[in-house]
Design a protein around this ligand. Structure first.
Ligand code: OOG
Ligand code: MG
Length: 254
């Protein structure tokens, strides 16, 4: 492990990059980080946000689809944290100037109705979920040109920057539903099957990650299962994500 002081310095650097909307270079240029170090930086980064009054509202998985893994050149799942400051209302406006180089992803969200007991080996995470919704995630890597190592992106809270949730529906099988991400100048189509074969598998993967990385999963929190397609640039104007049977969610870039 890197010293606690280094963890804090790196978290402060990423926090400043986000707050001043200025990109930074890969941490790997100057530091050798293990995955555990990277999660320690992520936790310290979150503590800085919480210190400013932000509240954790959920978790997100990343690289659960091949399209995203290939787009970013990584081969393992990551987990990050969402806060209330990142939440955008369905149909709400997003000021693009707040971000360095924002991209948007079509996702599926689950809602936890109960705390997930990470210590119980028999925990059934699926039974802790009571609703599912279409979602949009805004990612904004704090690294120049979205170029990062696996440890970099973990430390950077998995590029988390914003999210919007559409109408909630009772839990149902959402495997292999058509997904459409639609912007003013581009459209991407895919299927929820791209998310680890089915989004429910993201829940099982999350339970494993939450246990290993000591990330609490609490009642009321949202879980973003990961992008169903590659990410697309967030542009001025309307962007919507539609998931067959779940309806749509949209935001307006200004
Ligand atoms: C990391 C975040 C990936 C997803 O859904 O796969 C992610 C990035 O691509 O910058 O959120
Ligand atoms: Mg995502």
């Amino acid at each position: 492990m890197i010293p606690e002081e280094t963890v804090r310095t790196l978290a402060a650097r990423l926090d400043a990059a986000q707050r001043t909307v200025t990109d930074t270079l890969s941490l790997a240029d100057t530091h050798t980080l293990a995955v555990e170090d990277a999660y320690a930086v992520q936790t310290a980064l979150l503590a800085l946000r919480e210190g400013r009054g932000e509240r954790v509202t959920g978790v997100k998985l990343g690289f659960t689809s091949k399209a995203k893994m290939e787009q970013m050149g990584v081969s393992e799942i990551i987990v990050g944290r969402l806060t209330d400051a990142m939440c955008v209302a369905d149909g709400g406006e997003i000021e693009l100037a707040r971000f360095i180089h924002p991209k948007v992803e079509p996702e599926v969200a689950f809602r936890l109705s109960r705390d997930v007991d990470l210590d119980d080996p028999d925990t059934d995470i699926v039974s802790c979920v009571d609703a599912v919704a279409p979602a949009l995630e805004i990612i904004d890597s704090r690294y120049r040109d979205f170029r990062f190592t696996y440890e970099d992106v973990v430390a950077d809270n998995t590029s988390a920057a914003g999210y919007a949730i559409g109408p909630w529906h009772p839990v149902q099988d959402v495997s292999d539903r058509a997904v459409r991400l639609h912007g003013e100048s581009r459209e991407v189509r895919g299927s929820t099957a791209a998310i680890l074969g089915a989004p429910v598998n993201a829940l099982h993967a999350l339970l494993d990650m939450a246990r290993r990385r000591h990330i609490p999963l609490r009642a009321g929190e949202v879980v973003l299962a990961g992008a169903a397609t590659e990410a697309m640039r967030l542009e001025p104007g309307r962007t919507t994500c539609e998931v067959a049977g779940l309806g749509r969610v949209g935001v307006r870039g200004i």
